[in-house]
Design a protein around this ligand. Sequence first.
Ligand code: TMP
Ligand code: ASP
Length: 243
Amino acid sequence: MNYSKGELLYEGKAKRVYSVVDQNDVVWLEFKDSLTAFNAEKKAELDDKGPINRNIATYIFKYLADKDIGSHWLESPGERDMVCRKVEIIPLEVVVRNTLAGSTAKKFAIEEGTALEEPLVEFYYKKDELGDPFISDDQIIALKICDNKVVLDELKKRALRVNTELKALFAKANINLIDFKLEFGTLPNGDIVLSDEISPDSCRLWDMDSNEKMDKDRFRRDLGGVKEAYMNVYNRLLDVKSQ
Ligand code: TMP
Ligand code: ASP
């Protein structure tokens, strides 16, 4: 399909969203080089981060499609571009954790790197002004953020399926999938699909041998070598494909 980029609809922290000429049911995403953390209190520009994340997100959406897990992804035309089905984003950040790290490790004063026996799913309310607070299942239903419990349970089930597939994929790349964040959106026909992006911006990825961080924590924690780490993730994923 030949898509042409229309007008700018919205600019987020990591992507710009454009309309697509003569196609009302799709959007054109442009991956920016900006890197932000702590609700954009910390910001930087990182050359080629956009194209690297676009490549990784494309790889992962295609991989998941092969496993029958649908997403909004349709095509990746330019080097920092992705054409996606237009969805209404459900304002939840669905976090899956295999190993404790980041906010939950801190909240319960448990050492980072403590493995969980079963993956843990958590929801955060996607609202920048509030700093994306944790939200309980009952709060999601009471505040009508999700239509009903069935939809909420479906989100959890899907997130766990994505986790199973991605954990296996990253393991082949000698990477431990510590945790990650997903977003889901609703299509005009009511179907729910995986949306936004999956990349080292939205995952914690540790080298399986050295536990070295290969994700946005390198930026959050001033560890340096951010671009090299992201490139390394992509190159390892490409190696998996050619195996
Ligand atoms: P957390 O430990 O800070 O709650 O983050 C859990 C996972 O979610 C981690 O892989 C990073 C990702 N994440 C995002 O993608 N966006 C966000 O705004 C936050 C806070 C976390
Ligand atoms: N995504 C959030 C931000 O850009 C928080 C984070 O990832 O640390 O500010």
